[in-house]
Design a binder for this molecule. Structure first.
Ligand SMILES: Cc1cc2nc3c(=O)[nH]c(=O)nc-3n(C[C@H](O)[C@H](O)[C@H](O)COP(=O)(O)O)c2cc1C
Length: 233
């Protein structure tokens, strides 16, 4: 009997501890199984709310990063003068390949076939060639919308007597190319690019002028595309 009395407090203590443990388990079970809307548990819902807050913040950060990247994307402009359509064709392919905008340089007084008759000493081009002060051809526009956003300029022209056809001069003189990469391109029957690009670079005084490219008058679209892609811009 003495032994039973001695063991009784231990037995009571054991029973109390067992009771507490059961209550705690029951509480946890309630937390994890408490039904919520959509059949989710309370714990899962709290966690999900917290998590979705973080996800939203991450998405907002990504969106703003991508906006900044878009702002910094290369904006390409293909500027060209073309009297008989060959350079225009090349310009179109460059614009298609790069996704750039086109800007055609149009003389206020367009060149007729008679004007372009280089074999006639009295034609308009022949007179302009003889008198450099007559080469300042007035253009319909030399102003490009959002010019300051443009980072790469392809500048196209036909070769006239070994140099760039002078209607492009007015555009080159009127614009500031600072901070822009400029890639001259031309079409011709047989002449090379020659010094045409360098002379235009000198005329501009600003911009990172590249060597450029000459195409034959009847160049294929595939060849032009291949050249543009080879630049990797
Ligand atoms: C006035 C004039 C001068 C030309 N001079 C040359 C020349 O020096 N070398 C050459 O290979 N082609 C010359 N050409 C041919 C053009 O460069 C060639 O046809 C060019 O592709 C025309 O381009 P467009 O159709 O865009 O005007 C000349 C053409 C004209 C009208």
């Amino acid at each position: 009997m003495k032994k039973e009395i001695f063991l009784l407090p231990f037995l009571l203590l054991f029973l109390m501890m067992a009771g507490c443990q059961n209550k705690e388990d029951a509480g946890n079970a309630a937390k994890s199984t408490l039904p919520r809307r959509n059949g989710q548990t309370e714990q899962a819902t709290d966690y999900e709310q917290e998590n979705s807050k973080t996800e939203n913040q991450e998405l907002q950060a990504m969106a703003s990063e991508s906006e900044q990247e878009t702002d910094m994307e290369t904006k390409t402009l293909v500027v060209y003068f073309s009297a008989t359509g060959n350079t225009k064709q090349v310009a179109n392919v460059i614009a298609e390949t790069t996704g750039g905008d086109l800007f055609e340089l149009e003389p206020v007084e367009p060149y007729s076939s008679a004007d372009l008759d280089w074999a006639n000493d009295d034609s308009r081009v022949a007179r302009e060639r003889e008198n450099p002060d007559q080469r300042e051809v007035k253009l319909v526009s030399v102003t490009v919308d959002n010019w300051n956003e443009v980072s790469v300029v392809y500048l196209g022209y036909p070769i006239w007597w070994g140099i760039s056809a002078w209607p492009v001069d007015s555009f080159v003189k009127a614009n500031d190319f600072a901070g822009k990469v400029v890639i001259p391109f031309c079409t011709s029957s047989s002449s090379d690019l020659g010094e045409s690009g360098e002379l235009l670079a000198e005329m501009a005084g600003t911009g990172e002028w590249q060597e450029g490219m000459r195409f034959s008058s009847g160049v294929s679209d595939e060849d032009v595309k291949a050249w543009v892609e080879s630049l990797g811009l």
